[in-house]
Ligand binder design. Structure first.
Ligand SMILES: Cc1ncc(COP(=O)(O)O)c(C=O)c1O
Length: 361
């Protein structure tokens, strides 16, 4: 794909390291992340899953601890809870499929509950007030999975900056992309120091700790990827406008397809995916058919299923989160990338409309 960058790519084979522990380009990228997204600390890492893993470890979450997680999610944040040795406790979603159902969350609290891990699926972010009041009341940390929500704004702030730590992915297809990559944002110096140390084998610990005092990981972001992500961060306004325009175009092109009802676009939304409620029998099979016809979507292409229905992710039996399962099964979430030209979106819309009208399960 022909992708343009604002900054020149690094020269292969030329090291730009300022210390053995980080690179100048990663530092410059992190500096601009803090300035652009309005936080005091940014730590670049090798993926969104790595960001979630070190966020949990930096917060001291491990075996014996429980983390309240949505059932309405991709599997990676739940995998990160398992990587940390903690137990995910699944919570259902609200009727709009944007927020956690806090009444359900309340019934699932135990003395071991340590954190809430909201996942902003498809870039949709709830009003943070209720979630943070709940977390405050129950002394829970909030670790936001904002991997799909770069650029969404709610309550006057960017997604991923409302909680104690925000975790982001820059895998291709995210708003800021670099092939692979991720970052964490926080205003807490202690969490930032731990996360940075853990991302690099705990070789450069916070001032009051010894090197290698904890087991760390190689979650460093390669210098060339930091430069690439940085060049896209500089284009954030343009990338956001493009993604929103793509989602809006698909919504317009499909407006007369009765079987597909656009989901309302919440204020400040980044337009991550074009989203439709499917009014057809066997909607999952319909999504699979679209994927087979070259229309990438969450259910058909990535097998999105309510996370509490995946045995590999479930630590102990619990009542199913029915609303999350219904929401996922009935949602067509079209996968977008800024490099997709409008002509391609027209082709996708034609295929979707034809298949929706002809659908017989
Ligand atoms: C919501 C969400 N969380 C976590 C991840 C994991 O990010 P990565 O693939 O960079 O590890 C992704 C990316 O696919 C995601 O969409």
């Amino acid at each position: 794909m022909n992708r343009t960058s604002a900054a020149p790519p690094p020269t292969p084979g030329t090291p730009h390291t300022s210390t053995p522990f980080t690179t100048e380009r990663a530092r410059a990228y992190e500096h601009d992340l803090t300035r652009t997204l309005g936080v005091t600390h940014a730590i670049s890492v090798s993926s969104g899953t790595a960001a979630l893993h070190v966020a949990l470890l930096a917060a001291g979450i491990g075996p014996g601890d429980e983390v309240l997680v949505p059932a309405l999610t991709v599997p990676m944040p739940i995998a990160a809870v398992h990587h940390a040795g903690a137990t995910p406790v699944f919570v259902d979603c609200d009727a709009d499929g944007i927020d956690l159902d806090l009444n359900d969350a309340a019934t699932k609290l135990t003395p071991r509950s340590r954190a809430l891990l909201p996942v902003h699926l498809w870039g949709r972010v709830p009003d943070p007030v209720d979630l943070h009041a709940f977390a405050g009341e129950h002394r829970l940390l909030v670790i936001e999975d904002a991997c799909q929500a770069i650029g969404t704004r709610t309550g006057g702030q960017w997604a991923g900056t409302h909680g104690d730590i925000g975790c982001f992915s820059t895998k291709d297809g995210k708003l800021i992309w670099s092939g692979e990559g991720g970052f964490l944002l926080t205003n807490d110096a202690t969490l930032a120091g731990e996360a940075r140390a853990l991302s690099n084998h705990y070789l450069a610990p916070p001032a009051d700790r010894s090197p290698l005092a904890r087991i760390g990981y190689n979650y460093r972001l390669a210098e060339s990827l930091a430069a690439h992500a940085h060049s896209n961060l500089i284009r954030l306004t343009e990338l956001l406008a493009r993604r929103r325009a793509q989602a809006a175009l698909l919504t317009r092109l499909l407006h007369d397809v009765d079987q597909l009802e656009p989901l309302p676009a919440p204020a400040g939304w980044n337009g991550y995916s074009a989203l439709f409620r499917i009014h057809l029998d066997e909607p999952r099979a319909f999504c699979a058919l679209l994927a087979a016809h070259g229309v990438p979507n969450s259910v058909g292409t990535f097998h999105l299923t309510a996370a509490d229905r995946r045995p590999a992710l479930v630590s102990r039996p619990a009542p199913a989160c029915h609303r999350a399962a219904r929401f996922i099964d009935r949602t067509l979430a079209l996968v977008l990338h800024d490099a997709l030209p409008d002509e391609h979106l027209h082709t996708l819309a034609t295929t979707i409309a034809k298949e929706a009208r002809a659908w017989t399960p």
